[in-house]
Design a binder for this molecule. Sequence first.
Ligand code: ACO
Length: 327
Amino acid sequence: MYVPPNLITNHDLEKIMDTSDEWIKQRTGIEQRYWISMEGATGSSDLGLEASKMALANAGWTAEDLDFIIFATLSPDIMFPGSGCLLQAKLGLNSTPALDIRQQCSGFLYGLATADAYIKTGLAGKILLVGAEVHSSGLDKSTRGRDVTVIFGDGAAALCIEGIETDANAGVLASALHADGNYAEALMTELPASRLPIRIPPGVPIDDPRYYPVMDGPAIFKKAVRMLPQVINESLEKAQMSLDDIDLIVPHQANLRINQALGQFLKLDENKIFHNIQKYGNTTAASIPLALHEAMAQGRIGKSGDVVLFVGLGAGLTWGSVIYKFL
Ligand code: ACO
C-alpha cells in the first residue's frame, strides 16, 4: 500500500471550510487522510506505481512476469487512456495487457472477481490488481462541498495474484457482484460529459458544482446498510459457508458508522471486522486492499486456511462481496 506524504487532519479542514473535527469523527469516524501535494503532477497511476513496486517485491516477481494488469479507479490520471496503460508504461512494460475498472468503491471487488475469472479460465497466470485514487485534486474544498470532501483520501494498494494447480479448496471461493444504475445520480461527478454537445460547456464557471462529486449521503447510507448484509449472505451461500467460517470481514471503508451498523446487524464479534478509515478516509478503489494490507501486517489474517470476506458498496451504485481462502 502507498499513501502520499501530505497528512490532512480534520483540524486542517476546519481552516478551509465550515466543518469540525467533532462532526467528522462523530458522523464518519475519520480523523485524518492523506492528500497529494498541490505542487507537481501526481496521478492515480503514480500512487499505484509505488504500491505495485512493493507488491511485486513482496511476491518476488518482476514486472516482466505479469500476464495482465487490472487497475481500479474512479479518478483516472486523465480522461483517456486509462490509468492501467499509464501504470504499465511506468513499470517499464510495452505489451502486457492492461484493463481499467471503473466501479468506484466496488472497483477492487470487480477487479478481484475479474482476476479470478481470468485465472480460472487459463487466460492469465500472474495478475497485478491495483486500486488507486487521487480524490483531492477534484474535491470542492469550499463549505458547499463539505459533506463529500471531508470523507475522501488519496491512496493506493496492489496485489499480486497467481493461479496455481491445487486440490485444496483455496483462493477465491465465491463472488457476488451487483449494480443499480438507477442510482447513478446519487453519487457522481457530472462534468466533463461526453453526452453534451460540448463536453466542457462554454460559459460554465470552473467552480460549477457539476465539476465536483456530489452525493446524496443519507440515501447511500441507507442502501449500504440494507445491501451489504444481503450480498454477504449471497456470497456465503455461493461458497456454502456460514459467518462462523469467516475469520475476518474486510469491508470497504466508506463510513465507520456503516461498518459498525453492519457488524451489529450480523451480530459480529468486534474483532471479526476490520476498520482503518480513521487514518485514511475513504480511498475508494484502494480502500479494501489497503485494509487487507494492514490486516495482514497486524497478523489479523493471512495464515494458511484463513478465510477473509471482502464487501463494499459505492457509486454506480455498485456493490459486491468476495470470499477468499488463503492456501
Ligand atoms: N461538517 C459539518 N456539517 C456538515 C458536514 C461537514 N463536513 N457535511 C454535512 N454537514 C451538515 C449538513 O449540512 C446537515 O446540516 P442540516 O441538518 O443543518 O441540514 C447535517 O450536517 C447532516 O447532514 P447529513 O448529510 O444528513 O449527515 P449524515 O449523518 O448522513 O452524514 C455522510 C453524511 C457522512 C456523507 C453520510 O451520509 C454517509 O457516509 N453516507 C454514505 C457515503 C457512502 O457510503 N458513499 C459511497 C461510497 S463513496 C464512492 O463510491 C465513491
